[in-house]
Design a protein around this ligand. Structure first.
Ligand SMILES: C[S@@+](CC[C@H](N)C(=O)[O-])C[C@H]1O[C@@H](n2cnc3c(N)ncnc32)[C@H](O)[C@@H]1O
Length: 272
């Protein structure tokens, strides 16, 4: 399998209870900000059957279910699913891999995937699976964080790693920003059989009470960025941490004891 080391590290990382809890506390407040865009794009309504792919702790599933949809969430992390089942008893949750969906053809009216694709070793296979399980005319809506060129959050992380460590130490992996690179996304969606691709840029941001919380997000509540930071030497890690904290402290002070760091995203939608 291509990107095997990446795939193993992703599965191991997301299976940790401590990572699931850190994700919910530190990262989900920003991924939550994208969910209203997904629910409105798929025109969620009572009676619709919707798949929340890479559902994590069920934040999108909760919104879809509150809007009356029949929701199934799928994730490969038992740790995440335990939290999702507790949070959204009205939805069903299935443990499985996004590239081999355990559902019949033409089963769902819509599929959403909130910031899940950056974690997949074979995004093309997953797009084909989404196309297979959607009913004809069904819509897929997926988000990706925007690329470092326009994302203050990723600029802080990657500049610190470049300045103090070795950016090449993370295992090779597919592009993290698939849906924000529109020409790539259009090609991938077309190859999977989708039509009418549309893109919406979304402003989201982290809010912190302490600049050090930014560092905690990337060390403890992510998998892919944590792999890159964790692969550095202890001295490099300490310097990266200090550089990220200093940048947030100096450039993103919003006053009133708050730091706000923009974390823009893009939503892609397409129809099968
Ligand atoms: C960044 S979290 C997103 C969680 C949630 N959708 C949200 O909006 O916050 C990525 C999720 O994708 C799941 N995941 C990653 N690779 C997967 C795969 N191959 N199959 C199923 N789930 C996967 C992880 O377990 C994790 O819960």
């Amino acid at each position: 399998m291509q990107f095997k080391d990446f795939a193993i590290a992703e599965e191991t990382g997301w299976s940790e209870d401590s990572r699931a809890d850190a994700y919910i506390d530190l990262f989900a407040p920003v991924s939550d900000q994208l969910i209203p865009h997904l629910t409105s794009a798929v025109k969620v309504a009572p009676g619709k059957v919707v798949l929340d792919l890479c559902c994590g702790h069920g934040n999108a599933a909760a919104a879809l279910s509150d809007a009356g949809a029949t929701v199934i969430g799928l994730d490969f992390s038992a740790a995440m699913l335990a939290r999702a089942r507790q949070r959204v008893p009205s939805a069903s949750f299935v443990e499985g891999d996004a590239s081999h969906l355990p559902f019949e053809d033409d089963h769902f009216d819509a599929v959403v995937c909130n910031v899940g694709f950056g974690h997949l070793p074979d995004p093309d296979a997953v797009l084909s699976e989404i196309a297979r399980v959607l009913r004809r005319g069904g819509m897929a809506a997926m988000t990706s964080w925007r690329e470092p060129e326009v994302s203050p959050t990723f600029q802080i992380v990657f500049s610190a790693v470049k300045a103090h460590g070795d950016p090449s130490l993370a295992p090779p992996a597919p592009d993290f920003h698939l849906f924000s690179r529109r020409s790539l996304a259009k090609e991938a969606l077309k190859a999977a059989g989708f039509s009418s691709p549309e893109f919406t840029d979304i402003d989201a941001e982290f809010h912190f009470a302490d600049p050090g919380d930014f560092v905690d997000v990337f060390e403890h509540a992510t998998v892919r960025a944590a792999m890159l930071i964790g692969a550095q030497t202890p001295a490099a890690r300490a310097a990266i941490r200090d550089a990220m904290m200093a940048k947030v402290a100096s450039d993103y002070n919003a006053g009133n004891g708050q730091w706000r760091v923009p974390f823009p995203a893009t939503m892609a939608t397409a129809v099968i």
